[in-house]
Design a protein around this ligand. Structure first.
Ligand code: APR
Ligand code: PHB
Length: 394
């Protein structure tokens, strides 16, 4: 006989989506249990994204988990677009009426959320195995899993599939329900974490004949940099010297130098745009990377996951307060309006800043014209700025 547990909302995945949802539900008086197959240590040390939209910063602050973010996060009010060896600043403050972004690593957000969950008696079960979801087309969906050798069954009112792109929730929905939208890009990003003071106070996105590069950071002493590479790039073929040399070339600008340092971590990630519609089936609701993937150029992955679960938490609170399923029935429609606008922006940033293998001279000149337009027209710069800092929530 399995160990039987009961909660209102069962959450698969303790990434940004799962943990923000769990704590939002707690703050709304709704019980949840988070089921995570990795260890807490693993998820809190995995180097992922680092840009928080204004709305995400405001939400985490309102949730009472923003203290360390406020003290350690780096607030930025602009980015630089660099091409032809020249930099052009996009002034978020001026273009968005004072909004900005905060550089604060995703794994730091997870630490703050895990601590908040523990401090408030939250149930986040790490290192569970053989997770599966069942009966979500009925009114008592279940999550089955192994924990410390015991077979367990969690009966819920609703299940939130926050288990990322490679999770089990999306594939558990019967075939024929979902429509998949997918675009793989013909390049990837080679990313490094380096013990080097950032050579710029703000992010630099550069368009170069040899390919895209990005200068970001994690702290006054730690730089985070990326360069466009083949999608199947073998990281072992890239010595530290070669990486720095390529970054120096692509980021070069008159009178500016890139400070190098010890590379602490390096890796290659592929790039794709992906959306599944709808984002729900019965009492199973997909949120975050389980439902969509964006190329990292727009720095949207974490922020879109947080937006999904804000919408889901609001709908669940409405149900438990009034018994009405209205907002739950509209969950997917409301999320997808934002998802597709974010997909568009992420695709646009990616298409503008990367060299494409199949491009011809016309495409190259068109990209340069796009960059010239965005950095010379206030209207064009405003569209970049308002998307980058984060569109308003519905
Ligand atoms: N059972 C339990 N947990 C699972 C399972 C499973 N079968 N499969 C995956 N998980 C966990 C993963 O270990 C991870 O902790 O679900 C979590 C999913 O987290 P993310 O992949 O981070 O997805 P999400 O919370 O939607 O956040 C999206 O995270 O990966 C980045 O670039 C992405 O910035 C974006 C953000
Ligand atoms: C990062 O700091 O990891 C980062 C910043 C901006 C991006 C992507 C990644 O567009």
């Amino acid at each position: 006989m399995p160990v039987s547990l009961r909660t209102q909302v069962g959450i698969v995945g303790a990434g940004p989506a799962g943990l923000v949802l769990s704590h939002l539900l707690y703050l709304k008086g709704i019980d949840s249990v988070v089921i995570e197959n990795r260890s807490r240590q693993y998820s809190e040390q995995r180097v992922r994204a680092g840009v928080l939209e204004q709305g995400t910063v405001d939400l985490l602050t309102q949730m009472g988990v923003g203290e360390r973010m406020k003290s350690e996060g780096l607030v930025h009010h602009g980015i630089e677009l660099r091409f032809g060896g020249r930099g052009h600043r996009i002034d978020f403050q001026e273009l968005t009426g004072g909004k900005g972004i905060t550089i604060y690593a995703q794994h730091e957000v997870l630490k703050d959320l895990n601590n908040a969950r523990i401090a408030t008696g939250g149930q986040v079960l790490f290192e569970v195995e053989d997770v599966s979801v069942h009966d979500f087309d009925g009114d008592q969906p279940k999550i089955r899993y192994q924990k410390d050798g015991d077979a367990c069954e969690l009966t819920c009112d609703f299940i939130a599939g926050c288990d990322g792109f490679h999770g089990i929730c999306r594939p558990s929905v019967p075939s024929g329900i979902f429509t998949h939208y997918d675009r793989e890009y013909p390049f990837g990003w080679l990313g490094i974490l380096a013990e080097a003071p950032p050579s710029s106070n703000e992010l630099i996105y550069t368009y170069h004949d040899r390919g895209f590069a990005l200068l970001s950071m994690r702290s006054p002493n730690i730089s985070r940099l990326y360069l466009q590479c083949r999608p199947d790039e073998n990281i072992d073929l890239w010595s530290d010297e070669t990486i720095w040399q390529e970054l120096q070339t692509r980021l070069a600008s008159n009178g500016w130098t890139l400070t190098e340092g010890k590379i602490l971590q390096k890796g290659v990630t592929g790039m794709r745009s992906f959306v599944v519609e709808p984002m729900q089936y019965g009492r199973l609701f997909l949120a975050g990377d389980s439902a969509h993937i964006v190329p990292p150029t727009g720095a949207k992955g974490l922020n879109l996951a947080v937006a999904d679960v804000q919408i889901l938490a609001r709908a669940l609170k409405h149900f438990y307060s009034t018994g009405s399923y209205d907002l739950l029935h509209n969950y997917s429609e409301v999320c997808l309006r934002r998802v597709w606008k974010v997909q568009r922006f992420s695709w646009w940033m990616t298409s503008m800043l990367h060299r494409f293998p199949e491009e011809n001279p016309f495409d190259h000149r068109r990209q340069l014209a796009e960059l010239d337009y965005v950095t010379s027209s206030r209207a064009a710069a405003k569209t970049l700025a308002e998307n980058y800092v984060g569109l308003p929530m519905e």
